[in-house]
Design a protein around this ligand. Sequence first.
Ligand SMILES: NC(=O)C1=CN([C@@H]2O[C@H](COP(=O)(O)OP(=O)(O)OC[C@H]3O[C@@H](n4cnc5c(N)ncnc54)[C@H](O)[C@@H]3O)[C@@H](O)[C@H]2O)C=CC1
Ligand SMILES: O=C([O-])CC(=O)C(=O)O
Length: 337
Amino acid sequence: MYSQVIKPFIQSYNGFASCEGEECFKVTIAGASGGIGQPLSMLMKMNPFVKELSLFDLQHTPGVAVDLSHIETPCKVKAFMGADQRREALKDANIIIVSAGVPRKPGMTRDDLFNVNAYIIKDLAEAAAEVAPNALIAIITNPVNSVIPVACEVMKKANKFDPRRIFGVTTLDIVRTNTFVAEALKIDPKEVNVPVIGGHAGDTIVPLFSRSKPHVSFSDEQIIAMTKRIQNAGTEVVEAKAGAGSATLSMAYSAARFANALMRGLRGEQNVIECAYVASDYGGASYFATPLLLGKDGIKENLGVGELNDFEKKLVETAIPILIENIKTGVDFVNPK
Ligand SMILES: NC(=O)C1=CN([C@@H]2O[C@H](COP(=O)(O)OP(=O)(O)OC[C@H]3O[C@@H](n4cnc5c(N)ncnc54)[C@H](O)[C@@H]3O)[C@@H](O)[C@H]2O)C=CC1
Ligand SMILES: O=C([O-])CC(=O)C(=O)O
């Protein structure tokens, strides 16, 4: 089964089939029992770069771990549950993926999640600073625009801040954009790559169709409609789920794609590029999502925003003041006046 089904499946999305020794990694998932955490844990258990998978949550991880441990891949799965086991779960992880926190219900904005989720991110970042200071930390939890600054400020306080190692996961915006473009062009989504910059909420999400591969020649109306759909896609899922949460499966896929790219960078593979929301400096916003070249220490080079057309410049102009406000919320939470 592994060689016939899983290996070719994995090869089809990461191009590698197996790894050894230092090329294998310990991955911790915080929020592992949740709607995103469970399918993401499965995808990580199936990833041949992962030798050890540490599942952390406040509930249910022992059951999730036993269930996953029956999957016929070499990766070892361990369960950690409750605040007392937080440090042990994170200890010496190469990659920490955080999906711990509450999701939206219809009528809520991502910002409405801040008051609960900021505390969760603060606790996890404090623990990571102590027991896994070299980990690459990929944060899925919303509001991404504000909680990444929370994690970074906590790291700064602990003197462990390395801006190359903390990422807000915006991959779902790229995945959605690629999917919608492929649908419009009637081609395989694998052929499509559209960078998405800015942040991860409403008007801060800025798809760059001018940089689409393959080149697209949509009308202005099509570009406007598609941009709106991408900016609203999270809400589209929240409304369709009608109170049962937000995107989980497409998010688990996206986080697995992003974590896989981080591991390819750690392994020294060349030209691994993904967009993510990171400490940066663009137009006064101290965090901004851009394409990143990944390497052995996380970000090898921030590839920046690059050339924008007039429509994209306007979108960025709208995004920046919102981002500045979102970032301030996160910074002030850790450093109250
Ligand atoms: N970045 C992105 O593109 C996306 C982000 N999200 C966000 O991801 C987060 C998680 O969403 P779901 O998995 O659907 O929620 P969920 O409620 O199904 O799962 C969250 C899990 O976190 C756990 N948890 C809560 N507090 C914790 C703590 N202090 N330590 C460890 N675990 C803790 C819960 O027990 C639960 O198992 C939400 O904030 C959501 O808004 C969701 C989709 C896309
Ligand atoms: O919309 C939400 O609350 C979850 C999310 O970030 C997304 O699906 O993009």
